[in-house]
Design a protein around this ligand. Structure first.
Ligand code: HEM
Length: 372
């Protein structure tokens, strides 16, 4: 219980602070889902991986050899240091025999086999045997998910928030972002509702006769395709932008570029901002798209781009930032000869362990207890 207790104390204060100082432009803060992290190496940029994957899928469709398969960056040999004391920031070399396993920007692993309509790329639209059209995803959702009110006497809202926080440590599947180098405006997907080609990556959901959505269509963009790892068959794979390990990616980032941008490089601490005498997340100033009202107000910077999805989540980010900086200070007091790098990496290791401990010993046990 120790982990939850420490979080519960801080979260009340942090939620109060965040909701009282909350941005007027909450909608702008919320629209963050086009983002994916800039890679350390441009070969792993989403648009490059997408370009290679699309060519490989096209070649397969036409039964010809792919011209770009050899450009797949996952074919590169990774040199790992078997004696490394700390996790790599991008998750490579966690498993020395399979150094790409769980690394950021590699394909998500499937728990069941793919069922594309054409066997390798296109979204499934028909029943396999009868060839009847499948119902719209929205219709299935309406039939299956009913809104219920189920107030728990055992769990606070923190249980849900920790779930979202952990999701942002382990998965982010970027949407298809480029079309000839241009970002697709997702809302345009609905203009193509009747187009069977679906603007390549759009797969809009019809909502005719919907009790809520009156506009007849929900814009839907498929996740970006990326090539498979060595020895995987040619198929459409989806990218995980984060390391799949519970290692604090949402606090530290999953690329060196990101993690460096979040560091103060003094005493192993992370950058932070002081607001009303309290330490909060720093501003995300690296991309002008992240600031509004002429830089008066910017999104918060943290390891994961979704940190401002809702106030409870931002509060947990704030707590973990403060925890990191407190532990770094304590370590520095005990080890005044340690370098910034050693203080940062050791603190990151401890914070990763705290997150794992809360998740496995408390969050998972409580959730599984509920029969979920
Ligand atoms: C107020 C709370 C939440 C909001 C507003 C929210 C919102 C979203 C949105 C907008 C997406 C992207 C959907 C898309 O790509 O079309 C998403 C994805 C996701 N959410 Fe949430 N979410 C919330 C809470 C949670 C919680 C509590 C969990 C888990 C316990 C969770 C797990 C996930 C997962 C696993 C994904 C997919 C991530 C990926 O691979 O890209 N979310 N959420």
């Amino acid at each position: 219980m120790a982990g939850w207790k420490f979080l519960a104390e801080g979260v009340i204060l942090a939620v109060f602070l965040l909701t009282t100082t909350w941005a007027s432009s909450i909608d702008e803060r919320h629209s963050i889902h086009l983002s994916e992290n800039e890679p350390d190496n441009s070969e792993f940029a989403l648009h490059n991986l997408e370009r290679i994957a699309n060519e490989m899928l096209d070649a397969k469709r036409h039964g010809r050899p792919s011209r770009m398969a050899s450009q797949n960056p996952f074919l590169k040999h990774l040199a790992c240091d078997p004696h490394a004391k700390f996790r790599t920031i991008d998750g490579t070399c966690n498993n020395l025999l399979h150094p790409w396993r769980g690394a950021a920007k590699t394909p998500l692993i499937r728990m069941s086999p793919q069922r594309y309509q054409d066997g390798f790329n296109s979204p499934r639209i028909m029943y396999h045997y009868s060839k009847d059209m499948l119902p719209s995803a929205r219709r299935v959702s309406l039939e299956i998910h009913h809104t219920t009110s189920n107030i728990s006497n055992d769990h606070s809202h923190l249980l849900m928030n920790w779930g979202q926080f952990i999701d942002h440590d382990i998965t982010l599947s970027p949407e298809s972002g480029s079309e000839g180098g241009e970002e697709i405006n997702k809302t345009r997907c609905c203009e193509f509702l009747s187009n069977t080609d679906n603007l390549h990556e759009c797969f809009p959901i019809s909502t005719s006769y919907d009790p809520v959505y009156r506009q007849g269509c929900i814009p839907f963009l498929r996740s970006a395709p990326i090539p498979g790892l060595p020895n995987q068959p040619v198929l459409r794979y989806q990218m995980n932008d984060l390391t799949s390990f519970i290692d604090g990616s949402m606090v530290y980032g999953s690329t060196k570029l990101k993690s460096d941008a979040l560091r103060s490089f003094k005493g192993g601490k992370l950058l932070s901002k002081i607001s009303r005498n309290e330490e909060i997340l720093p501003d995300e100033k690296s991309n002008p798209r992240d600031c509004f009202h002429s830089e008066q107000e910017c999104r918060y910077a943290a390891g994961d781009v979704r940190n401002s999805e809702q106030a409870g989540l931002t509060s947990i980010h704030t707590l973990l930032l403060r925890t990191h900086n407190k532990i770094a200070s304590a370590l520095e007091e005990l080890n005044s000869h340690w370098s910034d790098e050693r203080l940062y990496q050791t603190t990151r290791k401890i914070v990763g362990a705290i997150i794992q401990r809360i998740t496995y010993k408390e969050f998972c046990l409580w959730s599984l207890d509920q029969g979920t």
